[in-house]
Design a protein around this ligand. Structure first.
Ligand code: CP
Length: 306
């Protein structure tokens, strides 16, 4: 099996195309494994992994924990809430204390962009970024690419529209890096206040009309509005956002082709997606969640070989 060019999975920006293809191909093998009656393999039997979460999570955290257990690793889970972080302990002291208990890998989510990079340069363990603020969410982008590849085959030349709050989304940036490295064309669509200007310099198409974006794309990856990261008002109200950028099933049905609908979760039903769209035959949202386990198994397994 090919090795990765990196010791840590900090972002898609640091990966080359071969790394991405290797993770996706390895995930295909692990997906077969976890669909068997006996879902576990002994690959990481001697490895201990800590999931260190300083921000809330449902999908990423459970998916990493399941992936680690399917690989037979020992697993410990840490949440900042209820921990000694509340007594003033620093990030580095917290992680060094976890490592003193003979932990080999750290999976970390943190609200500060760059926090996993800071750790990776200071500790001996492998670090996986499970989302750092508004920066990157590499395993989400990998599972999104894996899910798109299952639907469309090779992504070279395919058209992917990312619709919603691009400015505050780590999923958007990791998706853009990943999809461009795989040869796809990427459009972002949303209110101009929620689209960072630098994306045009990366060759990303910019749009503000959701019907045109849906007509253009093969896949619509829809993002929620991240109100928790917004210090100012970027648009008048969620109702107004929904009116201009919300997607419902009728909008998908009236297209002259069938497109794939994705969302990384959590969905704000009735804002960026209506329930009839989220639960329609266009949607592969729960397939994304299913694929997250196999993709994270692949990332963990390949990093443990470094
Ligand atoms: N997609 C995603 O990161 O979901 P969670 O915040 O629930 O982990």
């Amino acid at each position: 099996m090919t090795k990765l060019s990196v010791r840590h999975l900090l972002g898609i920006k640091n990966l080359n195309e071969n790394d991405i293809q290797t993770i996706l191909d390895t995930a295909t093998q692990f997906k077969e494994v976890i669909n068997r009656p006996i879902k576990k393999v002994p690959s990481l039997r001697d490895i201990t992994i800590a999931n260190v979460f300083f921000e809330n999570s449902t999908r990423t955290r459970l998916s990493f924990e399941l992936a680690e257990k399917r690989l037979s690793a020992d697993v410990v889970n840490f949440s900042a809430s209820g921990s000694s972080v509340k007594k003033g302990e620093t990030l580095l002291d917290t992680v060094n204390n976890i490592l003193a208990m003979k932990v080999d890998m750290i999976v970390m989510r943190h609200s500060s962009p760059g926090a996993p990079h800071y750790l990776a340069s200071r500790i001996p363990a492998n670090v996986i970024n499970a989302g750092d603020g508004t920066h990157e969410h590499p395993t989400q982008a990998l599972l999104d690419a894996f899910s798109m590849r299952e639907q469309l085959g090779d992504l070279a030349g395919k058209k992917i529209a990312i619709i919603g709050d691009i400015l505050h989304s780590r999923v958007a940036l990791s998706n853009i890096f990943c999809l461009q490295k795989l040869g796809a064309e990427v459009m972002v669509c949303g209110p101009s206040t929620l689209i960072p200007k630098f994306l045009a310099d990366l060759g990303v198409k910019i749009g503000h009309n959701v019907k045109e974006a849906l007509q253009w794309c093969d896949v619509a990856n829809v993002l929620r509005i991240q109100l928790e990261r917004q210090q100012i008002k970027y648009f008048p109200s969620l109702r107004e956002y929904s009116l201009y950028f919300g997607i419902n099933k009728a909008m998908l049905d009236e297209l002259d082709k069938k497109i794939v609908l994705m969302h990384p979760g959590p969905i704000n039903r009735g804002v960026e997606l209506s329930s009839d769209a989220a639960d329609s035959e266009h949607s592969i949202i729960l397939n994304q969640v299913e694929n997250g386990v196999a993709v994270r198994m692949a990332a963990l397994y390949l990093l443990a070989q470094q």
